[in-house]
Design a protein around this ligand. Structure first.
Ligand code: FAD
Length: 437
């Protein structure tokens, strides 16, 4: 058995762990990142698949130049990464069979007016939203039930359902109203999304380079098997590197594998009842993700088309309009993301059948464009949309001294998806830098 030493051992090279690792390295700390798979990045990188560049899950820096990932790259002084933004419109909405651009200003009101055909109805909802943004609801009520107080118009409900599904991997009837209001606020004053030339692998490469520049390493094919705890203090990590057992002695341990797995690795006896209950009750946000190949682009803009009048309310895009080199010459990708009605129990095959119905409603010429399936994926369980549903995130701190969690099970309030995972990494890096002095 060999023993390695580091200031900080990070379990998992997801975006949360990599942001924390890069910032700590930049601050002069020796960091070892353990990653069980052959590639770093987890659900936040890109790979080659049958001639296409596709994401392992996440596509984009959601908030562009205001994304915590982007800010991290700036802070570590990473060389510039070529990224593209969608331009205008950033989104379109299909409402009652017609397509509307998302205008740069007053978009929600505009779309609701189109949906209801009645400015008064839109006014009522806008008033309620403004009120909720000023004083977020404290009662435990789903966004759908909250919205029903202002409108029963299903087309208006469809607009919000499409956003909630695409952004959060949940439904309006699952998501607490308070959390949706926070998510809406999170987009205020922030940049639109961006995608790097080679997909998110460019980001992970840059963060990895920062770790190595600080004298650290990313140990791939290295699975953490335990977190060493003595007298309530984390002391390091045990791992299997191939078939070799290794020990990493570290002053701080950061886990990027979710609170539940953190508990398993450290041992339940170190955590109080409340912590164990919260970790056990955490449920993942889920979603069905589809990639189709076509001979020509089925949209004429590189943003997202939200469909509010389909069976599931999906987000659709043609990422190859932004980066044609992500497909072989003469081919395009059509991407769709949909959330089942019951996120606790669903049949992926039935969901695919529903998606195909929606696909033909939205793109009647799919076959004419040579459309065929490249890949369909069900993001759930240990490879979910997010490890904690919005509103179920735990603290990044643990009852064990010098042990922290990062990732999308500990997103700070108001932060969603990978941006939230990255933000947790930034917060933890800052706390460790201060603690180590
Ligand atoms: C279809 C889809 C689209 C999405 N689109 C976006 C988007 O556009 N923008 C966005 O910001 N977010 C998006 N997200 C969400 C985003 O992908 C995740 O929130 C984010 O990637 C989670 O990162 P994480 O830090 O929690 O780490 P994870 O990605 O969960 O990484 C954890 C890593 O730990 C490793 N690991 C696990 N166990 C061990 C062990 N015992 N030892 C060592 N290593 C271990 C895993 O292999 C993995 O690499 C999307 C999600 C889905 C499903």
């Amino acid at each position: 058995m060999s023993t390695l030493r580091a200031d900080v051992a990070i379990i998992g090279a997801g975006i949360g762990g990599m942001c924390a690792g890069a910032l700590l390295s930049r601050a002069g700390r020796k960091v070892l990142v353990l990653e069980k798979s052959p590639l770093p990045g987890g659900r936040y990188t890109s790979v080659q698949y049958k001639g296409f560049t596709i994401p392992t899950a996440s596509w984009m820096l959601l908030y562009g130049t205001s994304d915590p990932v982007y800010l991290t790259l700036e802070e570590i002084g990473a060389p510039p990464i070529e990224m593209r933004a969608p331009g205008t419109p950033v989104a379109r909405y299909r409402i009652n069979g017609r397509i509307y651009d998302w205008p740069p200003k007053g978009a929600l009101r505009y779309l609701m007016e189109k949906a209801a055909g009645d400015p008064e109805e839109a006014n009522r909802v806008m008033g309620a939203l403004a009120q909720a943004m000023a004083h977020p609801p404290t009662e435990s009520i789903s966004f759908r039930d909250w919205l029903l107080r202002s409108t029963r118009n299903e087309a208006i409900h469809g607009i919000f359902q499409a956003q909630i599904a695409t952004w959060c991997g949940m439904n309006a009837h699952d998501l607490p109203a308070r959390e949706f209001i926070r998510a809406l606020l999170s987009f205020r004053g922030r940049d639109t999304f961006r995608i790097p030339r080679n997909g998110l692998k460019d980001i992970i490469d840059a963060l990895g380079a920062a770790v190595r520049a600080g004298g650290g390493e990313i140990l791939t094919r290295t699975k953490a098997t335990g977190i060493m705890v003595e007298k309530g203090i984390a002391r390091g990590v045990t791992a299997l590197r191939g078939s070799e057992a290794i020990t990493i002695e570290a002053r701080m341990v950061v886990s990027n594998i979710g609170p539940k797995k953190t508990v398993e690795l450290a041992g339940r006896e170190h955590f109080g009842e409340a912590y164990l209950r919260q970790a056990a009750e955490m449920r993942p946000a889920v979603g069905m993700d589809y990639l189709f190949i076509t001979d020509r682009p089925l949209l004429d803009f590189p943003g997202t088309l939200y469909t509010t009048d389909t069976i599931r309310k999906e987000g659709w895009s043609v990422p190859t309009l932004m980066w044609p080199e992500h497909a072989p010459a003469g081919k395009h990708l059509l991407h769709a993301f949909a959330v089942p009605e019951n996120i606790d129990s669903y049949d992926p095959v039935r969901e695919y059948r529903i998606l195909l119905q929606d696909l033909h409603t939205v793109f009647p010429d799919f076959e004419g464009a040579g459309g065929k399936l490249l890949l369909r994926r069900n993001f759930c369980g240990e490879w979910p949309c997010t490890r904690a549903r919005q509103g179920q995130d735990m603290s990044h701190r643990t009852p064990i001294e010098n042990l922290y969690n990062v990732g999308d099970g500990v997103k700070p309030p108001g932060w969603i998806v990978g941006a939230g995972a990255a933000q947790s990494g930034r917060i933890v890096a800052q706390e460790i830098i201060e603690a180590l002095g």
